[in-house]
Design a protein around this ligand. Sequence first.
Ligand code: ADP
Ligand code: MG
Ligand code: ZN
Length: 477
Amino acid sequence: MEYEPVIGLEVHAQLLTKSKIFCGCSTEFGAMPNSHTCPVCLGLPGVLPVLNKKVVEYAMKMAMATHCRINEMSSFARKNYFYPDLPKGYQITQYALPLAEGGYVDVETEAGRKRIGLTRIHMEEDAGKLVHDEHLPSSYVDLNRTGVPLIEIVGEPDIRSAEEAAAYLRRLHEILVYLEICDGNMEEGSFRCDANVSLRPKGQEIFGIRTELKNMNSFRNVQRALDYEIKRQEYILESGGEVVQETRLWDDTQGVTLPMRSKEEAHDYRYFPDPDLVSIRVDETWIREVEGTIPELPLEKRERFIREYEIPPYDAGILTTSKALAEYYEDVVKVCGKPKIAANWVMGDLLRFVNEDRGDIRTCSISAVSLGDMINLIEEGTISGKMAKDLIQDMYETGKPPRAIIEEKGLVQITDEDALTGIIVDVIRANPTQLAQYRSGKDKLFGYFVGQVMKATQGKANPQLINELLKKKLDQA
Ligand code: ADP
Ligand code: MG
Ligand code: ZN
């Protein structure tokens, strides 16, 4: 029997607000354990939470960017469970009335563009962190993270393969980072994903029994975990068994998923409306206000680059992977007016420099204006493409603009015909054997002469001009 995987993802994204969702404590990562806490986020009795308006705004941005409907009225609920990382004994989240519902994102798959539905986006608080001592049989509790704002993005079970799941996650990640509402750091847990997966015989409507996978902290691991889990379930079904509904943990070193706990049901959590918080009302005015702050999103930008700059979709894809890179590219084009040439330099040499020192385009020592001007220098014939390769290296190392380096090093391309002709004549005179061979029909030696002229001019001669003049001289009897 052939089986089809059915996958639905739940993504948690930490919002980049300065303070927590229900108190004024800082959300900064990596501080001294328990230094960012107060009676509210510690869950001491008698305190009252107050909602951070920025959290609602950020969540609204994501909802709009993913075509969700924002509910005019939404509210918070208590999700009750006991665990030491949650001192109150419940997590404040949204349940019956989430902030937003019914959106979608489009992803590129092998079979073309595919639309993946979003069930809902809701706001909630994060829990603390348990730190386990390697040497002692004890664990510590760090409550800096309790109360840090999250949005949960619940996806429809529309995904049909591990690759599609990864593409979907990349798309969500990209949008969150573009919106500047999440730093997207998967290792620090700012962007986390639980994956639900089940199999069903091909052609069958109803879904099979699912497992929920946790503990994957990279796109690659989500894909690996899903691939493994699909195979595991396939094996169970093929041998006549039944998949157990449970939560499983991805083990990165062994490359397997392992059972963690039987799947809890919603009623186990005893959800009920939080009596300490009033409902959230979002009116049209607020929606329009937030809408006005949404930047051009990656997919739109990609399409505009293809249209406006007439660059290949592949280039447009790379150049829009981050907002900063896209801005840099557009600035280069503004200076030089050569979109495809600019794309080649940005994607080639420049990104190589940036990646080499795990850098950030925003702090790159070559400014967009410098790179654009370097392209101008090539286009106007002041330097050759070959000279530019060395020049850009210098620009990167010194941070100086290209014209300053050219002046310092006397790096000007020889475009003067008489000067170049003189050099060519010298080169021909110095190579009588090659000249004789060339004239007797060994055309390939032309390249040899070009090389010799390049060498004599230290690469400063305009290659086109060399070709032209050399041809003339060599063919002159
Ligand atoms: P819970 O809150 O218990 O995790 P939900 O019903 O809210 O359960 O579903 C959570 C996620 O599971 C959603 O992303 C949904 O798309 C996905 N999902 C639901 N049923 C299945 C299934 N049979 N196979 C795969 N994914 C599923
Ligand atoms: Mg779940
Ligand atoms: Zn606090």
